[in-house]
Design a protein around this ligand. Structure first.
Ligand code: AMP
Length: 281
């Protein structure tokens, strides 16, 4: 396994593989890797000849007052984990390597599907994601790129970006990896105190409870309100509890598959989760 920190170095490492028409798989991350990330690498390993994982904490997707400075940076530990899952190349550029020293005058904004859910409480976040993912796609030039359904809205934004701008690659969505108690794995879980960590799985428990209630025929609005109330009672500050169609459009007819979305804070730590509820047709 190689680690490259420059765009030029990465190109030098990848050019022979490109010349040999090898299939390149790409997993973008911000590091501090856990089983959720490693599972993306395993999926990439199944489909691709060469697996590239980027580790880059992207400053422009963090808002003022968010955790850019404190975000855990654990490259040595990440490298060991990636070697174990047979990653070929780590791309770990500096901010200067990615953004240069000249001002950036180009922005990329995916409309409509970024207007609500996390887009509402994190203005500019998805523009920052769209810019860095586009840059990384241009740098790595993968055949396949792997993203987790944990960040469901992000995955939808990237699919839209790739479709709208004819990017020559296929996006693969990978299911959420959870801890045994149901909490969706996230680098931000490390911010939680012991007490908060014990409460955190409530989000998933309530999503599962909601799924059952919806199958029993309870009204969607009441089910969502009940999740919100129970989260507040458990000590969360709720950002949103929402339901959408699987393509993120508002629900038109409530007997189709829907996705339930939760964002809620425990102290200063913002947690997100989602669950698709399927209805047989
Ligand atoms: P991040 O490092 O948080 O930017 O995440 C990098 C990639 O890993 C994104 O595509 C995330 O959706 C994905 N990811 C993070 N946590 C999980 C998880 N628990 N299950 C599945 N994918 C995840």
């Amino acid at each position: 396994m190689k680690t490259e920190t420059t765009i030029q170095g990465l190109a030098a490492s990848l050019n022979p593989a490109r010349a040999a028409r090898k299939i390149i798989g790409f997993v973008p991350t911000m590091g501090n890797l856990h089983e959720g990330h490693l599972n993306l690498v395993r999926e990439a390993r199944k489909l691709c000849d060469i697996v590239v994982v980027s580790i880059f904490v992207n400053p422009i997707q963090f808002g003022a007052g968010e955790d850019f400075d404190s975000y855990p940076r654990t490259l040595e530990q990440d490298s060991r984990l990636l070697a174990d899952v047979d990653c070929d190349i780590i791309f770990a550029p500096s901010v200067e390597q990615m953004y240069g020293t000249q001002p950036r005058l180009t922005n990329i904004s995916v409309g409509q599907i970024t207007d609500d859910l996390c887009g509402k409480s994190r203005p500019g976040h998805f523009d920052g994601v769209a810019v860095v993912v586009t840059k990384l796609f241009n740098i790595v030039q993968p055949n396949f790129a792997f993203f987790g359904q944990k960040d469901y809205q992000q995955l939808a934004v990237i699919r839209q970006l790739v479709q709208d701008l004819n990017m020559p690659l296929e996006v693969i969505g990978v299911p959420i990896v959870r801890a045994e108690d149901g909490l969706a794995l996230s680098s931000r879980n490390g911010y939680l105190s012991e007490h908060q960590r014990a409460i955190a799985p409530t989000i998933y428990q309530l999503l599962k409870q909601a799924e059952q209630q919806l199958h029993e025929g309870h009204a969607l609005a009441q089910v969502l309100e009940s999740i919100s109330n129970q989260l507040t009672q458990a000590g969360f500050v709720v950002d949103y509890v929402e339901a959408r169609q699987t393509n993120l459009q508002p629900i038109a007819q409530f007997d189709r598959n829907v996705v339930l979305f939760v964002a809620a804070k425990l102290g200063t730590t913002r947690l997100i989760d989602n669950l698709q509820v399927d209805f047989k047709t």
